[in-house]
Design a binder for this molecule. Structure first.
Ligand code: PGA
Length: 260
């Protein structure tokens, strides 16, 4: 079962997860972080900047992004390449050559998935993968119906996801219809999954992912197949968890040596 940690606020959750990542990086500077985009991971990135200010050196860390839109013009501020550069690469001082994002440019899109899988494999995989969850239950851009064995490939976004992401663009028409996303099978190969969810709007999908049946109709439920998952949520996102009392009880009695 996933370990579920309920904290009061997204900021508290971000600080908590960032402290864990920073401790890993201090032990192993060539750590590989799987980065997510959207609003959810931002408190973690803020926490990582605070860890850098406090002296952690992230400059040897590598990063692999989960996904990218297809067909946005190079340098578009909402391309995930630009978001990762802005939120992670530049502020933490990562070497841009060690920061990987799927190639969403239209030329060569047929092989973008294979090329990304080869890059992850050649690198030796991802140590810790940060994940958000969409209201559709998607992980990365694996919308309902995605195979649990899927690898990085081109997918079509649901209208729900396009509407949810329209806030980052001037209009809905500008939100791409296609993306390149790590598959659920790719995500499940990461050595540690950290799923974050904040706010009431994520409560239903989160509960289904953590406690519901394992089903391709709820991509988030793929986490139940992984041996090391930490779910870090605020109280609003935790509001529909059936076993929330038990999760809190387990945290209160957690052996100190265990870590996350
Ligand atoms: P959000 O998206 O963090 O912007 O809510 C999460 C997701 O869609 O995976």
């Amino acid at each position: 079962m996933a370990e579920v940690i309920v904290l009061e606020t997204p900021a508290e959750a971000g600080t908590f997860v960032a402290a864990h990542i920073a401790a890993q990086v201090r032990r192993e500077p060539a750590f590989t972080l799987g980065v997510a985009t959207g609003s959810t991971p931002l408190p973690v990135y803020e926490g990582l900047r605070a860890e850098r200010d406090a002296g952690t050196d992230f400059t040897r860390m590598s990063a692999f992004a989960l996904d990218e839109y297809v067909g946005l013009p190079a340098g578009h501020p909402e391309s995930y390449r630009a978001v990762v550069d802005r939120e992670v690469t530049e502020p933490l001082g990562l070497d841009p050559a060690r920061v990987h994002v799927p190639d969403g440019s239209a030329a060569g899109i047929e092989t973008a998935g294979e090329r990304y899988e080869a890059a992850i494999e050649a690198h030796g995989g991802v140590d810790l993968q940060l994940l958000g969850i969409g209201r559709t239950g998607h992980l990365g851009f694996n919308e309902p119906g995605s195979s649990f064995g899927s690898l990085t490939r081109v997918k079509t976004l649901t209208e729900r996801t396009r509407l949810d992401n329209a806030r980052f663009f001037d209009s809905l028409d500008e939100v791409p219809i296609h993306c390149v996303t790590q598959g659920l099978g790719t995500i499940l190969r990461a050595r540690h999954l950290v799923l974050l969810a904040f706010g009431e709007s994520k409560a239903e999908a989160l509960a289904a992912a953590v406690e519901g049946p394992v089903s391709a109709s709820m991509p988030g439920s793929a986490i139940q197949l992984h041996q090391r998952v930490t779910v870090v949520v605020d109280t609003a996102a935790a509001s529909q968890l059936r076993f929330a009392d038990y999760y809190r009880w387990a945290q209160d009695h957690k052996p100190e040596w265990q870590g996350i």
